[in-house]
Design a binder for this molecule. Structure first.
Ligand code: ADP
Length: 491
């Protein structure tokens, strides 16, 4: 099959979080299975150009209809670690992708509506006729609408769309001006409950709802989160829409790229290791301590890596730092916050803990350091409020770092409690799970993990090795996506 991924991220050239990893890993897996995959992305000024090989002009004269006129765009093409990517650069005073950051501008709706329009116009003009256009998150939710309401009548009647929701929190809620800008125009037609109208704000359209209504198949990124999305308030108002489209909605667990995340080869860690050479992991712990000026001792080292955001349970992240220190452990945090208050809070904590030989807080985005932490830490905490899939626990497992997670979303599908899990054999268990979003619940799981580390080190090591033996690669999810593509292709 010929598949085009359209997304706002692709690791490592554009990565703000897990979405970037998923676009890269899924595309690689599909190519290994013999499919032809191309990726269409915005050309941001702040992306990592050093990660693109052989960039060149692919299409110079793309005129994207916009607000009744047209914006001239250039499309560049290059390889990102073997994946063929197309980058769209508009030449207009709006400077849509020259903002110094990927997200968070006041006109994000316009920026990504434009990207969606430009992506489908590019596919159309360059005579690409993929079997599947795979769109991701709110940024590309309008693509299936444009395909089925406009482009279908211009030679694109055979294309099918898959829409994957990575995070329900950001849905893209905007006004009618988006319809006029993209040429969809007919607002009376789109402002209907069964079309694009937001379920709670009748004066607005909802990009994510548009994707759900128009795509041939919709999924979120784990089976448990798909269940939560339909039967709890986690889908932020889209539950009824999912119910109406349940026949084409499901959950497919994200994979992890086992080539990119591999402790036996990782270029950013000093000591490589596998299940057989697990003892080498200790050298990475030593290197991590040296790098962060932590005391060399026999305490367990616990970490958190991720966005410092309400979603990630920042209060519990904060609590886990002090609880771990109180239990005679070391703690390393690597995180970045876009919210000013959360950012100030953690900068304050960083200063507070500055001279503590058992704690280090690194605030910012640092892929290289993240790898050394995954390899050097003994445990990783993931106390999320909600978690569509979560990659950090999977990376932790891959690196023999025992996850301590809250039982929500994809964490339920990937981490099985050492003491209490009823559905998996003791050999399949790989971490610690708590459920209530409060300090006591977190403490109960953390204290069990710490006690096992201190009192039964051999058993703890066995648990870490069992985690490394889990298979969360793209093998199974790749197969599932391929069969979904095959299914919708013939519809
Ligand atoms: P989300 O997509 O919600 O941010 P995921 O757990 O799905 O969370 O994916 C997070 C990805 O981003 C992982 O690859 C993780 O290692 C990486 N990451 C998150 N924060 C940082 C950071 N501050 N520095 C480096 N990598 C980070």
């Amino acid at each position: 099959m010929y598949i085009i991924q359209v997304a706002s991220e692709c690791a490592p050239v554009i990565k703000a979080g897990g979405l970037g990893d998923v676009i890269y890993g899924l595309s690689r897996e599909l190519e290994l299975r013999g499919h032809c995959v191309e990726i269409v992305l915005p050309m941001y000024d702040c992306m990592r150009y050093d990660q693109i090989w052989g960039i060149h002009d692919a299409y110079q004269d793309l005129w994207v209809p916009w607000h009744g006129g047209a914006i001239h765009c250039s499309v560049y093409c290059g390889w990102v670690h073997g994946r063929l990517c197309f980058f769209i650069e508009p030449h207009s005073g709006d400077n849509f992708f020259h903002r110094g950051h990927y997200y968070g501008a006041l006109d994000d709706h316009m920026r990504f509506a434009f990207f969606s329009k430009a992506a489908i116009e590019f596919i159309h003009r360059s005579n690409k006729r993929p079997d599947i256009i795979h769109c991701h998150d709110w940024q590309t939710g309008l693509i299936p609408v444009m395909l089925y309401e406009m482009y279908k009548f211009h030679g694109m009647a055979n294309q099918r769309v898959i829409y994957t929701i990575h995070n329900f929190k950001h849905q893209g809620i905007a006004g009618a001006n988006i319809l006029w800008a993209t040429g969809l125009n007919n607002d009376a037609y789109y402002y209907q409950y069964d079309k694009l109208q937001d379920n709670f704000n009748p004066g607005a359209i909802n990009f994510m709802k548009a994707g759900i209504v128009y795509a041939n198949y919709v999924n979120t990124v784990s089976p448990h989160h798909a269940w939560e999305a339909r039967f709890s308030d986690i889908s932020c108002g889209l539950g009824h829409t999912l119910e109406m489209h349940q026949h084409k909605f499901g959950g497919i667990l994200n994979g992890l790229d086992y080539e990119v995340w591999n402790p036996a080869k990782d270029q950013c860690i000093p000591a490589h290791y596998t299940v057989e050479t697990f003892a080498e992991k200790a050298k990475n712990k030593k290197a991590l301590r040296e790098r962060l000026l932590l005391k060399d001792c026999d305490k367990p080292l616990i970490c958190f890596i991720g966005r410092l955001d309400d979603q990630k349970g920042v209060h519990l992240v904060h609590h886990s730092i002090y609880y771990s220190l109180g239990q005679d452990c070391q703690f390393v945090l690597l995180g970045s916050a876009t919210d000013g208050q959360i950012n100030n809070w953690f900068w304050h904590e960083k200063q507070h803990l500055n001279n503590n030989p058992d704690a280090h807080l690194e605030l910012g985005f640092n892929e290289e350091l993240s790898r050394l932490i995954y390899a050097g830490a003994d445990m990783i905490v993931v106390p999320s409020n909600y978690e569509p899939c979560g990659l950090t626990q999977m990376i932790g497992l891959r690196y023999g770092t025992v996850p301590i997670v809250r039982g929500v979303g994809g964490l339920v599908n990937t981490v099985f409690d050492w003491d209490y899990d009823q559905e998996h054999t003791p050999e399949e268990r790989n971490g610690f799970v708590f459920y209530q979003p409060d300090a006591q619940a977190l403490e109960s799981a953390l204290s069990r993990a710490i006690a096992l580390y201190k009192n039964q080190p051999q058993t703890f090591q066995q648990l870490a090795i069992q985690g490394m033996e889990c298979d969360y690669s793209w093998k199974n999810p790749g197969e599932q996506y391929a069969s979904v593509y095959e299914y919708v292709r013939h519809k």
